[in-house]
Design a binder for this molecule. Structure first.
Ligand SMILES: [Zn+2]
Ligand SMILES: [Zn+2]
Length: 260
């Protein structure tokens, strides 16, 4: 299996097929909206349009900054593909949060968060669809310009949450990373008789795979959670043998997997 070389410039996001459902209608609608608004996905136009926007020049965006010395290791993109970030390191830690805020904001029973330093993140798409939500103390409605930290960054074209941004660190959401193979991709490889690397088999994640790079089934080791936090607020028990904290990690007591 060969992986394409990592481009050293920002490139327009591409639509990925994430499941067997027909999502084509939604993505067509999104691209029509883009055209109507006069935005372009062309890489040349997007940087020149946003040259004067200060927040885009700073972490975790670094738009227009030289990529000398940068090697993309991981790529994260939203469901519609219009907003993407790249990472040049593995996450520092990965945990699962069961708090009610995460449940509501993600519409999911829990949130999986991979912690990175901001310096290891860059925007890899146009900024047109970035939106911010701050809900610390006072709630600031979702906005196209940065609201106070900490804030959540999502794609306003499709609504996918992409990261929580703090002062120095960000927490990204592993389900949005492009390492996961879709069922279609797996089936195609099987038809071609290619070897499928997957969850049970060593999972040797390539160090040089940018742009989603080498595709695997399941999470690469670097993205496997090490603990659960706010476990007492869980919607159901998770019997995975990982450490369960009642509240914040190392600031609360540990819990049993079935303990209330
Ligand atoms: Zn999107
Ligand atoms: Zn939470």
């Amino acid at each position: 299996m060969s992986s394409s070389p990592t481009p050293d410039t920002a490139r327009p996001a591409t639509k990925r097929v994430r499941s067997d459902h027909d999502h084509s209608k939604a993505s067509t609608k999104a691209s029509e909206t883009t055209r109507e608004n006069g935005h372009s996905d062309h890489p040349d136009s997007k940087e020149s349009n946003h040259e004067d926007v200060d927040w885009l020049k700073e972490a975790p965006f670094f738009m227009g900054k030289s990529r000398e010395g940068w090697t993309t290791k991981w790529r994260e993109s939203c469901w519609c593909g219009k907003t993407a970030f790249v990472y040049d390191e593995d996450p520092l830690q990965v945990k699962i949060c069961h708090c009610e805020d995460c449940q509501r904001l993600h519409g999911a029973p829990f949130q999986q968060a991979a912690v990175f330093h901001k310096k290891n993140v860059r925007l890899d798409s146009g900024p047109e669809f970035i939106s911010f939500l701050s809900a610390h103390g006072e709630v600031h409605p979702i906005s196209s310009t940065p609201s106070p930290l900490p804030r959540k960054i999502s794609c306003k074209a499709c609504g996918s949450p992409l990261m929580d941004e703090g002062k120095n660190m960000i927490m990204a959401f592993p389900p949005c990373f492009e390492f996961a193979r879709t069922h279609k991709e797996v089936n195609k490889s099987r038809e071609k008789g290619e070897e499928i690397s997957g969850a049970g088999e060593g999972r040797k994640q390539s160090q040089e795979d940018g742009n989603g790079g080498e595709k695997k089934i399941g999470l690469p080791d670097a993205f496997k959670p090490s603990s659960h936090i706010f476990y007492e607020r869980r919607l159901f028990d998770i019997k995975d043998g990982l450490v369960k904290w009642r509240g914040h990690k190392e600031e609360s007591e540990k819990m049993g997997e079935e303990e209330k």
